[in-house]
Design a protein around this ligand. Structure first.
Ligand SMILES: Cc1cc2nc3c(=O)[nH]c(=O)nc-3n(C[C@H](O)[C@H](O)[C@H](O)COP(=O)(O)OP(=O)(O)OC[C@H]3O[C@@H](n4cnc5c(N)ncnc54)[C@H](O)[C@@H]3O)c2cc1C
Length: 319
């Protein structure tokens, strides 16, 4: 097995991992990231599809984000200047989306760092002062390991080596979300580009094609509520897509229209149902830390701020 070493290894190159990596790099630290995804996005993913010779992209995870914290607002303003985010007033006065897909800022942040996409950390082991990360065909060693993955996945990775950190992650439960990506020949007879109905089966629906820089045919993303998602959690994808599209038509009163493209994706750990209310945690004895939306607040901004807080804790531990 090939093994390579880095000073700091971050598992998870979503918003939390990349924001942490950016702050550490700024402080002069050498950082490598591993991500099991084939490309940048995490829960801010964008998925492409070929429909009638046209390439269409769907934001099937996070739909938009807000920026309330002043440091995050500054970062978002820089992303805006760099052309990787744009305002999307349909979701609110302070709503932003990645461009040309939701993963725009993740892609941009990833390009500035040493990220290994398509590499899944399977387990961690500590020998002396060194961490060993088993990633199947490859192995990695590092002085410090930072775990920036959803709560349940963090708990699984950490149980053996850091029961206290694993306990923090295991105490958070994430809500699932079935997402449906649908394209239609004609524009649907709905005026609004975003429909929010927290109590309904389809708690969010968006005309994806109306987001900035998404020209092309009529596309929609539907998100089932956590309750509806749990009811049909083990349903085959194709069937779930049909059932949820029917829910959408029933809910909106639209006459059912045959889609030209219909795909569902199941997010098992979409959003933490509760958060720990602490920004991040770093164990200075083990040189091991955790970050993610489940620690700070359950959204893009929370993940960003958690990553930054973990970087600050790592830097502070060396002073
Ligand atoms: C359906 C849905 C709708 C949402 N809507 C909104 C919204 O409208 N607004 C909002 O602000 N937020 C929304 N969110 C939440 C938002 O997407 C998250 O809060 C944020 O993206 C979390 O970032 P993160 O870095 O903590 O986690 P993630 O984005 O999940 O990143 C973790 C990364 O770790 C990788 N990974 C996991 N395990 C391993 C492993 N063993 N080895 C290597 N890599 C691993 C994953 O591939 C992933 O890229 C939504 C999320 C979903 C799923």
């Amino acid at each position: 097995m090939d093994t390579s070493h880095s000073d700091i290894l971050i598992i998870g190159a979503g918003m939390a991992g990349l924001s942490c990596a950016g702050a550490l790099a700024k402080a002069g630290r050498a950082v490598r990231l591993l991500d099991k995804g084939r490309g940048p996005g995490g829960r801010m993913a964008a998925r492409r599809a070929q429909i009638g010779g046209e390439t269409v992209s769907f934001d099937h995870g996070a739909q938009y984000f807000t920026a309330r914290d002043s440091s995050f607002r500054e970062t978002v303003a820089n992303w805006h200047k760099a052309g990787v985010v744009a305002p999307w007033p349909a979701a609110g006065d302070d709503a932003w989306v990645g461009v040309p897909g939701m993963n725009g800022p993740i892609r941009a942040m990833g390009l500035e760092r040493d990220v290994r996409w398509g590499v899944r950390a399977l387990s961690l082991k500590r020998e002396g002062n060194l961490w060993h990360v088993d990633a199947g065909e490859e192995g990695f060693t590092a002085n410090t390991v930072l775990v920036a993955v959803p709560a349940e996945q963090a708990a699984e990775l950490l149980t053996e080596v850091a029961p206290d950190l694993a306990k923090v992650a295991a105490s958070v439960e994430s809500a699932p979300c079935w997402a449906v990506m649908a394209a239609f020949e004609e524009r649907l007879g709905i005026e609004a580009d975003g429909l929010r109905e927290p109590e309904a089966k389809i708690s969010w629906a968006a005309r994806n094609s109306a987001k900035p820089e998404r020209a092309g045919r009529e596309t929609w993303v539907l998100h089932a509520s956590p309750e509806r998602s749990r009811e049909i959690i083990d349903m085959p994808k194709e069937e779930a897509a049909e059932v949820l599209l029917a829910d959408f038509f029933a809910q909106t009163g639209l006459a059912p229209t045959e889609p030209v493209h219909l795909v569902a994706h199941r997010w098992l750990y979409a959003m933490p149902a509760s958060v720990k209310g602490e920004a991040a945690r770093f164990d200075t004895a083990l040189n091991l830390g955790i970050a993610g939306d489940y620690l700070h607040s359950p959204r893009v901004e929370g993940a960003y701020l958690s990553g930054r807080a973990l970087a600050e804790a790592v830097i502070a531990s060396e002073l």
